[in-house]
Unconditional design. Structure first.
Length: 276
């Protein structure tokens, strides 16, 4: 999850003013958390509250768990999201956040993938990755492409955390989700702002696959251009699972979380450590 937050912060100042190179300061004036980090933390909080009622340790993640998690995802994305009305929500998602009767709206936006990383820390099998991803995604992004983008990201994180090689992750993504028949250098000059999963998730995964370190993954993702904060958040979430996060970057990112968001992160970290 922290990788997604770092990618979001690093990419935030370039979202509408792309910088197509890697030689930039990661944490500079103008960098901030956006909806990517805020909704990722909301999903983490939803999992934490679900675990208090239906602990998954020692039991399968079943229909009851997934149903409760979906309800918690709605509750906490709305509760937390309403505290940050100007954090960068898209129009339809903003209306969903403030709706008195929130329903999924057939979205295939990349918000499905930017917030998904916490589920990869709860799932113990690939089947659980799929079920958990659908539970927290389908409450908003119930279009097949939205569900696919979230699941592909969650699966890549899950595989990275369990020691899969980059080539194994590539093969799995290409088998089940997207053709990765391009390089970052090929697409960089032509990448434009696009908020769909189809035009963000494959690029984010490829940025990770071509990287040499966690920091290089973030820099590569931002350099692609397009929806830079979301693209880098997705890349960062996978890169964290594969490389870990350097302490210096972790501390810099955590200093950007306010008094509402930081306690969620701290509770999440304690939860994940207890499950290890």
């Amino acid at each position: 999850m922290l990788g997604a937050i770092i990618g979001d912060i690093a990419g935030s100042r370039f979202e509408f003013d792309n910088y197509r190179a890697k030689d930039f300061e990661l944490f500079a004036k103008g960098c901030t958390v956006t909806d990517d980090s805020i909704m990722t933390l909301a999903i983490a909080k939803a999992i934490l509250e679900t675990e208090k009622k239906l602990p998954s340790k020692g039991r399968d993640i079943d229909d009851a768990y997934c149903a409760l998690l979906a309800d918690m995802a709605v509750a906490h994305m709305q509760r937390i999201g309403r505290q940050y009305p100007d954090c960068g929500f898209g129009g339809r998602f903003a209306r969903w956040v403030f709706s008195g009767d929130p329903k999924p709206y057939r979205s295939f936006g990349n918000g499905a993938a930017m917030r998904i990383s916490p589920v990869a820390y709860v799932a113990r099998t690939e089947e659980e990755v799929i079920r958990l991803s659908a539970a927290v995604t389908g409450v908003t992004h119930d279009h097949p492409e939205g569900l696919k983008g979230a699941e592909a990201t969650a699966m890549a994180i899950f595989l990275a955390r369990r020691g899969s090689s980059k080539e194994e992750i590539r093969r799995r993504v290409e088998r089940d989700y997207y053709a990765l028949d391009f390089s970052i250098d090929e697409i960089r000059p032509h990448c434009r702002f696009n908020e769909t999963c189809q035009e963000t998730v494959p690029q984010a995964i490829e940025a990770f696959l071509e990287s040499e370190s966690f920091e290089d993954a973030i820099r590569t993702a931002v350099s692609v251009g397009g929806d830079s904060d979301t693209l880098a958040a997705i890349t960062g979430s996978i890169a964290e699972g594969f490389y870990g996060v350097p302490e210096e970057l972790a501390n810099a990112a955590l200093s950007c979380l306010d008094e509402t968001l930081r306690p969620i992160f701290d509770e999440w970290k304690a939860f994940v450590n207890a499950r290890a």
